[in-house]
Design a protein around this ligand. Structure first.
Ligand SMILES: Cc1cc2nc3c(=O)[nH]c(=O)nc-3n(C[C@H](O)[C@H](O)[C@H](O)COP(=O)(O)O)c2cc1C
Length: 334
């Protein structure tokens, strides 16, 4: 799998998820088998570049190459400026978000709302590609199948994107109006793949190695991208990668490995966010890891009351140690 000049280790990618795929999580996913990870969305508005939140999203220190940064916005010149700004901060691939249905994004005609205006889409893509090309930085696009089911216009958008020089296209098999309801459809992704030459990345509702193989088979896509199913399950990438390569299943993580991975994730998370934000934002990750384990949800309700990182880390370690000592098999049987 190749994006521009970059040969990626495999074709199993992490989907960008604001508030989830921060640098610690991306790194963990890459270490556990993800071939590529795109950062959370960075605003194209320069007034926001110096907010703590954006500054954190721009921090790629120690991240394995190639660093890919997603930008969103509706003003072509501002998007081009944002791309160059991010290249200066270490981005080696720029990803444009036209796939996010969030109100905050759509009200200002960014994210998937842009699909309603194909000429504006073309102007944005052209401005960003023109700005990135002198830096040797490829531009990718992430989008949905259309504005609504009556207007599945992604094929037209994709053709224009390819002509403009977009290096790869990630496609979520829902329209903007679908939000996250129903199930993703893969026929449109298959149609786009059949018509285009650039790599196509299929996204939506992939939860297991079998799902990934099915989606690759029915769409003919070059890669899969996984979002929600990876929350609290970063080892999903090695499971999918192993299955796609060998047809055999990678052993699931043992309770001890889950414990060690979560504690390591927490250490990195606290270093990245600091004490105040770290303890709060870690809660959702802990909830995801423990949600599928016996007794996990009850523990999380108590853990959410803890207000400092040291105590939170210790509570998680103690909970696992106790559960593993009692009956490790029962832990996984939730
Ligand atoms: C919490 C959350 C945040 C997301 N943030 C972004 C984002 O910043 N940019 C983007 O392009 N898509 C974003 N998405 C969409 C995902 O990248 C992905 O397209 C979608 O979740 C479908 O894939 P899945 O079924 O594997 O989760 C987000 C999704 C979730 C659940």
């Amino acid at each position: 799998m190749r994006i521009g000049p970059y040969d990626l280790p495999n074709n199993v990618f992490v989907a960008p998820m604001a508030g989830v795929t921060d640098r610690p999580f991306r790194q963990l996913c890459k270490r556990l088998g993800a071939g590529h990870a795109v950062s959370e969305m960075a605003a194209s508005n320069p007034q926001l570049w110096h907010s703590v939140k954006t500054a954190r999203r721009l921090d790629h220190d120690g991240e394995s190459e190639p660093v890919a940064v997603q930008i969103a916005g509706s003003d072509p010149a501002m998007m081009a400026e944002a791309a160059v700004f991010n290249i200066g901060k270490g981005a080696r691939i720029i990803d444009i978000n036209m796939g996010c249905p969030a109100k905050k994004v759509c009200n200002v005609l960014a994210g998937s709302a842009l699909l309603r205006d194909e000429d504006l889409v073309a102007r944005i893509l052209d401005a960003v590609v023109t700005a990135c090309t002198p830096h040797g930085v490829p531009v990718t696009l992430k989008t949905r199948t259309g504005w609504n089911r009556a207007n599945r216009n992604v094929l037209r958008v994709a053709r224009r994107a390819q002509d403009i020089g977009i290096a790869a296209l990630a496609l979520h098999g829902r329209t903007r109006e679908d939000l996250y309801t129903g199930t993703a459809e893969y026929e449109t992704i298959a149609m786009v793949k059949a018509e285009l030459d650039i790599p196509i990345i299929a996204n939506g509702d992939i939860r297991s190695p079998e799902d990934a193989r099915h989606v690759l088979e029915v769409t003919g896509a070059d890669a899969v991208m996984i979002g929600r199913a990876a929350q609290g399950r970063p080892w999903l990438f090695r499971e999918i990668d192993t299955y796609l390569r060998t047809g055999s299943h990678h052993a699931p993580p043992s309770p001890t490995e889950i414990r060690d991975l979560l504690l390591e994730h927490l250490d990195d998370h606290y270093r990245f966010y600091g004490e105040f934000t770290g303890v709060r934002t870690a809660r959702k990750h802990i909830g995801w890891y423990l949600g599928a384990l016996a007794g996990g949800p009850a523990f999380c309700a108590r853990m959410n009351l803890i207000e400092n990182t040291r105590e939170q880390w210790q509570a998680v370690a103690d909970w696992f140690d106790h559960a593993i000592e009692q009956a490790p098999d029962r832990l996984l049987a939730a």
